[in-house]
Design a binder for this molecule. Sequence first.
Ligand SMILES: Nc1ncnc2c1ncn2[C@@H]1O[C@H](COP(=O)(O)OP(=O)(O)O)[C@@H](O)[C@H]1O
Ligand SMILES: [Mg+2]
Length: 251
Amino acid sequence: MDGTPTWEARRERHKVKRDVATRHLKQDQYWTQIYLAKKQQKQTKRLSLINNPNVLLHTFTEVVPVSKEMADLKKRAEQVAAAYKNNNNKNLVLYSKQSGNGKTLLASCILAEVGKSPASAKTCMFVSTTQIKNLVNKKFDNTARQDDLYGVGDELDEFERNAGKVDLLVLDDLGTESSLKNGGVSSANQTISEKLFNIAEKREFKPTIITTNYTGDELKKIYNNKIIDRLMPTNAAQVLNFEDVPSYRKN
Ligand SMILES: Nc1ncnc2c1ncn2[C@@H]1O[C@H](COP(=O)(O)OP(=O)(O)O)[C@@H](O)[C@H]1O
Ligand SMILES: [Mg+2]
Protein backbone atom coordinates (compact mmCIF):
# COMPACT_ATOMS: atom_id res chain seq x y z
CA MET A 1 0.00 0.00 0.00
CA ASP A 2 1.70 3.23 -1.10
CA GLY A 3 -1.28 5.50 -0.36
CA THR A 4 -2.35 5.70 -3.99
CA PRO A 5 -6.04 4.83 -4.22
CA THR A 6 -6.86 1.78 -6.25
CA TRP A 7 -8.74 2.15 -9.50
CA GLU A 8 -11.78 0.64 -7.82
CA ALA A 9 -11.68 3.17 -4.99
CA ARG A 10 -11.29 6.06 -7.46
CA ARG A 11 -14.14 4.78 -9.55
CA GLU A 12 -16.30 4.41 -6.44
CA ARG A 13 -15.49 7.96 -5.26
CA HIS A 14 -16.26 9.33 -8.69
CA LYS A 15 -19.59 7.51 -8.71
CA VAL A 16 -20.55 8.92 -5.30
CA LYS A 17 -19.67 12.44 -6.48
CA ARG A 18 -21.69 11.96 -9.64
CA ASP A 19 -24.69 10.69 -7.68
CA VAL A 20 -24.56 13.70 -5.40
CA ALA A 21 -24.35 16.03 -8.39
CA THR A 22 -27.32 14.30 -10.02
CA ARG A 23 -29.32 14.58 -6.84
CA HIS A 24 -28.52 18.29 -6.54
CA LEU A 25 -29.51 18.83 -10.14
CA LYS A 26 -32.82 17.05 -9.57
CA GLN A 27 -33.45 19.13 -6.46
CA ASP A 28 -32.63 22.30 -8.40
CA GLN A 29 -35.00 21.30 -11.16
CA TYR A 30 -37.72 20.53 -8.62
CA TRP A 31 -37.41 23.93 -6.93
CA THR A 32 -37.19 25.69 -10.27
CA GLN A 33 -40.49 24.07 -11.30
CA ILE A 34 -42.13 25.19 -8.06
CA TYR A 35 -40.73 28.69 -8.46
CA LEU A 36 -41.96 28.93 -12.06
CA ALA A 37 -45.41 27.56 -11.14
CA LYS A 38 -45.73 30.14 -8.33
CA LYS A 39 -44.63 32.88 -10.70
CA GLN A 40 -47.28 31.81 -13.21
CA GLN A 41 -49.95 31.72 -10.51
CA LYS A 42 -49.00 35.23 -9.38
CA GLN A 43 -49.21 36.48 -12.94
CA THR A 44 -52.69 34.92 -13.34
CA LYS A 45 -53.79 36.67 -10.14
CA ARG A 46 -52.41 40.00 -11.36
CA LEU A 47 -54.16 39.73 -14.74
CA SER A 48 -57.52 38.43 -13.50
CA LEU A 49 -60.65 40.47 -12.79
CA ILE A 50 -62.33 38.58 -9.98
CA ASN A 51 -64.58 39.06 -6.98
CA ASN A 52 -62.75 36.49 -4.90
CA PRO A 53 -59.10 35.38 -5.42
CA ASN A 54 -59.99 31.91 -4.10
CA VAL A 55 -61.52 31.23 -7.50
CA LEU A 56 -57.94 30.80 -8.78
CA LEU A 57 -57.05 28.13 -6.26
CA HIS A 58 -59.46 25.32 -7.14
CA THR A 59 -58.17 21.90 -8.15
CA PHE A 60 -59.84 18.89 -9.75
CA THR A 61 -59.30 16.88 -6.56
CA GLU A 62 -61.94 18.92 -4.74
CA VAL A 63 -64.62 18.34 -7.38
CA VAL A 64 -67.08 15.83 -5.93
CA PRO A 65 -68.65 13.58 -8.59
CA VAL A 66 -72.15 14.15 -7.21
CA SER A 67 -73.74 12.27 -10.12
CA LYS A 68 -72.70 10.29 -13.18
CA GLU A 69 -73.15 13.48 -15.25
CA MET A 70 -70.78 15.42 -13.00
CA ALA A 71 -68.23 12.59 -13.04
CA ASP A 72 -68.30 12.68 -16.87
CA LEU A 73 -68.06 16.47 -17.01
CA LYS A 74 -65.11 16.42 -14.63
CA LYS A 75 -63.32 13.85 -16.79
CA ARG A 76 -64.02 15.91 -19.91
CA ALA A 77 -62.73 19.07 -18.19
CA GLU A 78 -59.52 17.25 -17.26
CA GLN A 79 -59.07 16.20 -20.89
CA VAL A 80 -59.63 19.79 -22.04
CA ALA A 81 -57.02 21.06 -19.55
CA ALA A 82 -54.51 18.51 -20.84
CA ALA A 83 -55.29 19.53 -24.43
CA TYR A 84 -54.78 23.23 -23.62
CA LYS A 85 -51.39 22.42 -22.12
CA ASN A 86 -50.62 20.82 -25.48
CA ASN A 87 -51.55 23.98 -27.40
CA ASN A 88 -55.09 22.99 -28.37
CA ASN A 89 -56.94 26.22 -29.13
CA LYS A 90 -60.60 25.19 -29.21
CA ASN A 91 -63.05 27.32 -27.26
CA LEU A 92 -65.13 25.75 -24.51
CA VAL A 93 -68.58 26.54 -23.10
CA LEU A 94 -69.93 25.43 -19.73
CA TYR A 95 -73.68 25.93 -19.77
CA SER A 96 -76.71 25.46 -17.56
CA LYS A 97 -79.83 27.53 -17.08
CA GLN A 98 -79.49 27.41 -13.29
CA SER A 99 -76.66 28.35 -10.97
CA GLY A 100 -74.76 26.27 -8.47
CA ASN A 101 -74.02 23.27 -10.72
CA GLY A 102 -70.25 23.67 -10.74
CA LYS A 103 -69.63 25.51 -14.03
CA THR A 104 -67.41 28.16 -12.47
CA LEU A 105 -65.70 25.50 -10.36
CA LEU A 106 -64.70 23.35 -13.37
CA ALA A 107 -63.65 26.39 -15.41
CA SER A 108 -61.38 27.47 -12.51
CA CYS A 109 -59.93 23.97 -12.26
CA ILE A 110 -59.01 23.98 -15.95
CA LEU A 111 -57.44 27.42 -15.69
CA ALA A 112 -55.48 26.53 -12.54
CA GLU A 113 -54.24 23.29 -14.09
CA VAL A 114 -53.00 25.04 -17.23
CA GLY A 115 -51.68 28.05 -15.32
CA LYS A 116 -49.46 26.10 -12.94
CA SER A 117 -47.69 24.08 -15.58
CA PRO A 118 -44.22 25.51 -16.20
CA ALA A 119 -43.77 23.05 -19.05
CA SER A 120 -46.62 24.55 -21.03
CA ALA A 121 -45.79 28.11 -19.86
CA LYS A 122 -49.24 29.55 -20.56
CA THR A 123 -50.51 32.90 -19.39
CA CYS A 124 -54.03 32.72 -17.99
CA MET A 125 -56.70 35.20 -16.99
CA PHE A 126 -60.01 34.69 -15.20
CA VAL A 127 -62.62 37.39 -15.73
CA SER A 128 -65.95 37.68 -13.95
CA THR A 129 -68.08 39.52 -16.46
CA THR A 130 -69.75 41.49 -13.66
CA GLN A 131 -66.30 42.96 -13.01
CA ILE A 132 -66.11 44.25 -16.58
CA LYS A 133 -69.38 46.00 -15.91
CA ASN A 134 -67.91 47.51 -12.72
CA LEU A 135 -64.96 48.87 -14.70
CA VAL A 136 -67.27 50.34 -17.33
CA ASN A 137 -69.54 51.91 -14.71
CA LYS A 138 -66.56 53.33 -12.91
CA LYS A 139 -65.26 54.84 -16.12
CA PHE A 140 -68.57 56.55 -16.91
CA ASP A 141 -69.08 57.73 -13.32
CA ASN A 142 -65.66 59.26 -13.39
CA THR A 143 -66.17 60.77 -16.83
CA ALA A 144 -69.25 62.52 -15.48
CA ARG A 145 -67.28 63.87 -12.55
CA GLN A 146 -64.13 64.52 -14.59
CA ASP A 147 -62.30 62.82 -11.76
CA ASP A 148 -59.46 60.36 -12.22
CA LEU A 149 -60.71 59.96 -15.76
CA TYR A 150 -57.46 58.74 -17.24
CA GLY A 151 -56.69 56.23 -14.50
CA VAL A 152 -59.93 54.31 -14.90
CA GLY A 153 -59.97 54.49 -18.69
CA ASP A 154 -56.52 52.93 -18.53
CA GLU A 155 -57.83 50.07 -16.39
CA LEU A 156 -60.45 49.24 -18.97
CA ASP A 157 -57.94 49.45 -21.83
CA GLU A 158 -55.48 47.35 -19.91
CA PHE A 159 -58.17 44.73 -19.34
CA GLU A 160 -58.94 44.65 -23.06
CA ARG A 161 -55.25 44.38 -23.97
CA ASN A 162 -54.57 41.58 -21.49
CA ALA A 163 -57.72 39.62 -22.33
CA GLY A 164 -56.80 39.71 -26.01
CA LYS A 165 -53.24 38.62 -25.35
CA VAL A 166 -53.31 35.81 -22.73
CA ASP A 167 -53.00 32.19 -23.83
CA LEU A 168 -56.14 31.11 -21.96
CA LEU A 169 -59.07 33.34 -21.00
CA VAL A 170 -62.10 32.46 -18.87
CA LEU A 171 -65.18 34.68 -19.20
CA ASP A 172 -67.24 33.71 -16.19
CA ASP A 173 -71.02 34.21 -16.19
CA LEU A 174 -71.20 35.74 -19.63
CA GLY A 175 -74.49 37.55 -20.13
CA THR A 176 -75.26 37.96 -16.45
CA GLU A 177 -73.92 41.50 -16.39
CA SER A 178 -76.65 42.51 -18.85
CA SER A 179 -79.91 42.87 -16.97
CA LEU A 180 -82.60 40.33 -17.56
CA LYS A 181 -86.03 41.94 -17.63
CA ASN A 182 -89.50 40.32 -17.57
CA GLY A 183 -88.00 36.96 -18.42
CA GLY A 184 -86.72 38.43 -21.69
CA VAL A 185 -83.16 39.05 -22.68
CA SER A 186 -81.97 42.63 -22.91
CA SER A 187 -78.98 43.70 -24.91
CA ALA A 188 -75.67 44.37 -23.22
CA ASN A 189 -74.12 47.70 -22.52
CA GLN A 190 -72.57 49.13 -25.69
CA THR A 191 -69.10 49.59 -24.20
CA ILE A 192 -68.99 46.01 -22.89
CA SER A 193 -70.02 44.74 -26.32
CA GLU A 194 -67.28 46.78 -27.97
CA LYS A 195 -64.66 45.48 -25.55
CA LEU A 196 -65.78 41.87 -26.06
CA PHE A 197 -65.78 42.35 -29.81
CA ASN A 198 -62.18 43.56 -29.80
CA ILE A 199 -61.14 40.75 -27.47
CA ALA A 200 -62.90 38.09 -29.58
CA GLU A 201 -61.12 39.41 -32.70
CA LYS A 202 -57.72 39.16 -31.07
CA ARG A 203 -58.40 35.67 -29.74
CA GLU A 204 -59.09 34.04 -33.06
CA PHE A 205 -56.33 31.47 -32.55
CA LYS A 206 -56.39 31.30 -28.75
CA PRO A 207 -58.81 29.38 -26.55
CA THR A 208 -61.53 31.09 -24.51
CA ILE A 209 -63.68 29.35 -21.90
CA ILE A 210 -67.17 30.72 -21.28
CA THR A 211 -69.45 29.87 -18.39
CA THR A 212 -73.00 31.04 -18.85
CA ASN A 213 -76.67 30.60 -17.97
CA TYR A 214 -77.66 31.47 -21.54
CA THR A 215 -77.91 29.44 -24.70
CA GLY A 216 -75.97 30.51 -27.79
CA ASP A 217 -79.12 32.04 -29.27
CA GLU A 218 -79.80 34.05 -26.12
CA LEU A 219 -76.21 35.26 -26.02
CA LYS A 220 -76.58 36.42 -29.63
CA LYS A 221 -79.47 38.61 -28.53
CA ILE A 222 -77.43 40.05 -25.67
CA TYR A 223 -74.27 40.74 -27.68
CA ASN A 224 -73.86 40.81 -31.41
CA ASN A 225 -73.69 37.65 -33.50
CA LYS A 226 -70.10 38.19 -34.51
CA ILE A 227 -68.86 38.23 -30.92
CA ILE A 228 -70.68 35.03 -30.05
CA ASP A 229 -69.69 33.26 -33.28
CA ARG A 230 -66.08 33.96 -32.45
CA LEU A 231 -66.29 32.91 -28.82
CA MET A 232 -68.58 29.89 -29.07
CA PRO A 233 -67.00 26.56 -30.01
CA THR A 234 -68.06 25.08 -33.33
CA ASN A 235 -67.68 21.52 -32.09
CA ALA A 236 -70.42 19.98 -29.88
CA ALA A 237 -67.77 18.12 -27.87
CA GLN A 238 -66.60 21.52 -26.63
CA VAL A 239 -69.96 22.30 -25.02
CA LEU A 240 -70.23 21.02 -21.46
CA ASN A 241 -73.88 20.88 -20.50
CA PHE A 242 -74.57 21.05 -16.74
CA GLU A 243 -78.36 20.94 -17.08
CA ASP A 244 -78.62 17.46 -15.55
CA VAL A 245 -76.16 18.08 -12.72
CA PRO A 246 -77.99 18.66 -9.43
CA SER A 247 -77.25 21.99 -7.78
CA TYR A 248 -74.37 21.34 -5.40
CA ARG A 249 -75.70 23.74 -2.78
CA LYS A 250 -78.89 21.68 -2.41
CA ASN A 251 -77.01 18.44 -1.78
N1 LIG B 1 -69.14 18.83 -7.75
C1 LIG B 1 -68.78 19.73 -6.84
N2 LIG B 1 -67.87 19.40 -5.89
C2 LIG B 1 -67.50 20.30 -4.96
N3 LIG B 1 -67.96 21.58 -4.90
C3 LIG B 1 -68.87 21.95 -5.81
C4 LIG B 1 -69.31 21.06 -6.84
N4 LIG B 1 -70.21 21.70 -7.61
C5 LIG B 1 -70.31 22.94 -7.10
N5 LIG B 1 -69.51 23.11 -6.02
C6 LIG B 1 -69.42 24.31 -5.18
O1 LIG B 1 -70.72 24.87 -5.13
C7 LIG B 1 -70.67 26.26 -5.32
C8 LIG B 1 -71.42 26.65 -6.60
O2 LIG B 1 -70.73 26.16 -7.74
P1 LIG B 1 -70.37 27.07 -9.00
O3 LIG B 1 -69.22 26.46 -9.71
O4 LIG B 1 -70.20 28.49 -8.56
O5 LIG B 1 -71.71 26.92 -9.83
P2 LIG B 1 -72.18 27.67 -11.18
O6 LIG B 1 -71.00 28.40 -11.73
O7 LIG B 1 -72.68 26.58 -12.05
O8 LIG B 1 -73.27 28.59 -10.74
C9 LIG B 1 -69.22 26.65 -5.35
O9 LIG B 1 -68.81 27.00 -4.05
C10 LIG B 1 -68.54 25.38 -5.82
O10 LIG B 1 -67.20 25.33 -5.37
MG1 LIG C 1 -70.82 30.47 -11.99
